[in-house]
Design a protein around this ligand. Structure first.
Ligand code: NAD
Length: 395
């Protein structure tokens, strides 16, 4: 089948296996070229391992730390003329390459919030690995089915008052104003249920109870803070409330479960989930321009490499700020970067969008998420969309 991108809003409904595989190989090559972390983990569970930061964490765990990795994903394989999701192709690619390189890599495909997936993961750990020494929690989900059958849906809204600011329309490459309405109490509660720390703690608790996690293990979950222009939408919005809960949960995991838990505050990057947030994509497009010009731009793999090698497993103590958070957004938040971003934010319009932002870079990253616009790939070639994953367990 000849596979082309089909974009609907902020999602692409097709994905290209060869493009995904080339990008996985690029990430592996990057990690292999870097110095190794010290006292790195050897048995790593990654929740949300098929895309974005979780995928990059898995690649760094395997190729920088030499770790066996067990991934949990929520993806779809190809069906007839429908391609698989890019997360499926990423995972297939990673497992093919990792197996050829002699690494243990298995994946469980199912809803990470469910007890069934937790049970399957624990059985796999006990059978194959004994115990894990690191758990990466990198889920970005739109909804969560709770144990009692209640479905919670997360929303990307403000808290308190509505907020109007500039936004980008990536279809027409124009800048316009959008107003984001405040969430109801119920929507805030639901967003915290989905994206807060409750499920993270349930995972660590279940692993502890089953004796499937080392006492000195490390667990990390990802967060974002960003500059004040995005605060009404993010830090002070519904997702920010969930991230506040995540931070509080890290303390509960340390105090109640005795496992070292960290929040890593990462850089804003184009991923499937960040492209769904109103206003933020325009900020990211400007940020890309400013950071690329300064030479400090990083993608998911560079961020995750730095997390492991410089912040967590650097041979000394874990580097955290006064709130016990790891700051991988240190380069993004540098005053000169933020000053320039704000200057451009204030003047950007549909007329000067190419001068004031890296909209082309944003779009390339967006298409790359689905394996498109990858250098060296022939997109007119007929390819087999049915790619199986040998070691996958579908729940
Ligand atoms: P992403 O959309 O690229 O990846 C999310 C992953 O979660 C995918 O592998 C997906 O399959 C998996 N997933 C979703 N629902 C699932 C479920 N029910 N069961 C199992 N797996 C499921 O997201 P991302 O941007 O890499 O985000 C990961 C984390 O990093 C989130 O906590 C996010 O808030 C945080 N973060 C993102 C950014 C950013 O700019 N992208 C910045 C800082 C922090």
């Amino acid at each position: 089948m000849i596979v082309k991108p089909k974009v609907r809003g902020y999602i692409c409904t097709t994905a290209h296996f060869e493009g995904c595989k080339a990008l996985i190989q690029q990430q592996i090559n990057y990690v292999k070229s870097q110095p190794k972390p010290v006292n790195a983990p050897k048995k790593v569970l990654v929740l949300g391992a098929s895309m974005g930061y979780g995928l990059a964490s898995r690649i760094v765990a395997a190729y920088s730390c030499g770790a066996s990795t067990l991934g949990v994903i929520f993806d779809k394989q190809a069906d007839g003329n429908r391609t698989a999701t890019s997360g499926w192709y990423n995972t297939a690619s990673f497992e093919q390459i990792a197996a050829a390189d002699g690494y243990y890599a298995k994946t469980i495909n199912g809803d990470a919030y469910s007890d069934a997936v937790k049970k399957q993961v624990i059985e796999t750990i006990k059978r194959d690995l004994g115990k894990v020494d690191m758990v990466v929690y990198s889920l970005a989900a739109p909804r969560r089915m709770d144990k009692d059958g209640t479905l919670y849906t997360s929303v990307l809204k403000t808290v308190g008052e509505s907020f109007t600011n500039k936004s980008i329309d990536l279809k027409t490459n124009t800048v316009s104003e959008v107003t984001v309405e405040p969430a109801t109490e119920e929507e805030i509660f639901s967003t915290v249920k989905v994206m807060g720390g409750e499920d993270w703690k349930e995972w660590i608790s279940a692993l502890k109870k089953a004796n499937a996690i080392e006492d000195n293990a490390v667990t990390v979950a990802y967060s974002y803070i960003g500059p004040s222009i995005t605060h009404p939408m993010y830090f002070d919005g519904t997702i920010g409330k969930a991230k506040e809960h995540l931070l509080n949960t890290s303390k509960e995991i340390i105090n109640e479960l005795g496992i070292n838990a960290y929040i890593s505050v990462n850089k804003a990057l184009v991923t499937q989930s960040s492209s769904a947030i109103p206003i933020v994509p325009l900020y990211i497009s400007i940020l890309y321009k400013v950071m690329k010009e300064k030479g400090s731009h990083e993608g998911c793999i560079e961020q995750m490499y730095r997390l492991f090698a410089q912040k967590l497993f650097n041979g000394d103590k874990v580097l955290v700020d006064e709130n016990n958070q790891i700051r991988l957004d240190d380069l993004e938040m540098q005053p000169d970067i933020q000053k320039k971003v704000l200057e451009l934010w204030n003047i950007i319009s549909s007329e000067n969008i190419y001068e004031c932002s890296d909209i082309e870079g944003y779009k390339k990253d967006f298409y790359n998420l689905f394996g498109f616009e990858v250098d060296g790939i022939d997109y007119d070639k007929d390819i087999d969309v049915n790619v199986s994953i040998n070691s996958i367990n579908n729940i």
